[in-house]
Write a protein that binds this ligand. Structure first.
Ligand SMILES: Cc1ncc(COP(=O)(O)O)c(C=O)c1O
Length: 449
């Protein structure tokens, strides 16, 4: 029988890598020693030379149900044959309405409306624009200030970049949006080091919002946006009580609270959304990545009914919100989203993540004591491992070397944020595979000592 595996039939490797300017990539280093992927199934990627790489990153926090889910690819293929494209402005497809209802059903009560876009970045910018527009139509047009958080990541649009707090992502892009301010990060290594789950210390970081209100005036502030767990900066779980306190202060001052759940949505923290885990209801909640298991680009914003309803005024032939994308609620993404939600439900993957969380945390903590490990943080099926920089002027080099060693020498994919290793495997992971990943990560950490 013909062996169709990529190992038997390696994919042709391109002979010229120059034209593709890769995103968020060290292009020159990559092109000297490429990491090229050809296939994926369940917990593994398959490289162009046929190696099986265990995926400790869910691609990029996307493939919560694991790779190569035929239920999703068949749904996409069927939709592509039936309806390739439909205009989302003034026309609709049944699947978009069904998907919105199912997403709203999964979300905490009160978040009842979904605005679709194509990525986490678009979701962040959409939420920020809805916040500004809401205050405008609500007679509070002076509320234009947007507040993010140091070390926050909300994608790469101008809005998301402006409220984001990762310095390297901001500093070469000019003045970004005017009138933005930032809360402090919620991390203190001395007080929180090597914590499993939400640290006890740090709820008071939310109180800084009162200082920003005193500084700027509540009547100038439109919204606060935070990730319930800061992911891209290297996994910083919210301190106990922090999000509740942020909710209380925002509510007191009429400021909208936006949770960016692009990473934490769809099971990463053991619930459909982190808002549920923390019992905090934001005014808006952004999602992307896991909604389609990464199989088609899609993002969106869940919106409180009070905000949505405020727009439903004026002549009925008029567009209520002058915002949207050519590919909002694209048929292929809707098909992928519906099939993905079926899998999450049928395989109880959010519950599975919740059940595995203590074992995962224990396993990651076994890496404590290895060379250069400064801290380990875990929450849900996610962990951040801080390694010491190689030198003051070589920040990020040990992390980069770790990613290279993982891929080339240990058949492991992990994500890095500077010198922090981020582990965030698909929720289908077995206990044995958790052990296998930790063995490999241990080897990698020793290899870059
Ligand atoms: C919290 C958060 N918001 C927004 C984004 C941006 O998403 P995208 O890359 O799909 O634009 C990301 C991506 O990692 C993210 O982690």
């Amino acid at each position: 029988m013909l062996d169709k595996s990529p190992r038997a039939n390696p994919v042709n490797v391109p002979n010229d890598l120059a034209a593709h300017w890769m995103p968020f990539t060290a292009n020159r280093a990559f092109k000297k020693q490429p990491r090229l992927l050809a296939g994926a199934k369940d917990m593994h990627y398959i490289t162009v030379d046929g190696r099986n790489i265990i995926d400790a990153a869910s691609g990029m926090w996307c493939t919560n149900a694991g790779h190569g889910r035929t239920q999703i690819s068949s749904a996409i293929a069927k939709m592509a044959e039936t309806l390739d494209y439909a205009p989302p402005f003034q026309f609709g497809i049944p699947q978009a309405f069904e998907l919105a209802s199912r997403i709203a059903e999964l979300a905490p009560d009160g978040l009842d409306h979904v605005f679709f876009c194509n990525s986490g970045s678009e979701a962040a910018d959409t939420a920020l624009k809805i916040a500004l527009a809401y205050h405008q139509i609500n007679g509070q047009g002076s509320r234009t200030r947007l507040i993010g958080r140091v070390r926050g990541y909300h994608g790469v649009g101008f809005g998301g970049t402006a409220v984001g707090g990762i310095v390297n992502n901001r500093k070469i892009f000019g003045s970004l949006l005017a009138g933005v301010d930032h809360l402090p990060a919620t991390y203190d290594r001395e007080k929180q080091g090597f914590t499993k789950g939400e640290p006890d210390y740090g709820a008071h970081f939310a109180d800084e919002l009162e200082n920003l209100v005193n500084l700027h005036g509540a009547n100038t502030i439109a919204a606060v946006i935070v990730e319930p767990m800061a992911g891209s900066t290297g996994v910083i779980p919210a301190p106990k009580g922090y999000l509740k306190r942020l909710r209380e202060i925002t509510q007191k001052h009429g400021i909208l609270l936006i949770f960016d759940e692009v990473i934490t949505g769809y099971g990463r923290l053991g619930h459909a959304f982190a808002a549920e885990r923390y019992g905090v209801l934001p005014d808006m909640l952004t999602f992307a990545k896991g909604i389609t298991n990464g199989a088609a680009p899609m993002g969106g914003v869940l919106v409180r009914d009070t905000i949505h309803d405020a727009f439903m005024n004026g002549p009925e032939h008029m567009v209520e919100l002058t915002h949207g994308y050519t590919y909002s609620a694209h048929p292929l993404a809707c098909a992928a989203g519906l099939a993905t939600l079926d899998i999450y439900r049928d395989e109880k993957l959010f519950e599975r993540a919740r059940g595995l969380e203590p074992k995962f945390a224990d396993a990651v903590m076994t890496l404590k004591g290895l060379p250069n490990v400064l801290d380990i943080r875990t929450v849900g099926l996610t962990a951040g491992i801080d390694l010491a920089p190689r030198a003051a002027d070589l920040v990020g080099k040990r992390g980069y070397d770790a990613m290279v060693s993982a891929f080339h020498d240990n058949d492991l994919m992990l994500r890095i944020a500077g010198d922090t290793l981020a582990l965030t495997p698909p929720l289908i992971i077995s206990e044995d595979q958790i052990g296998e990943i930790m063995d490999k990560v241990g080897k990698v950490i020793r290899a870059v000592a």
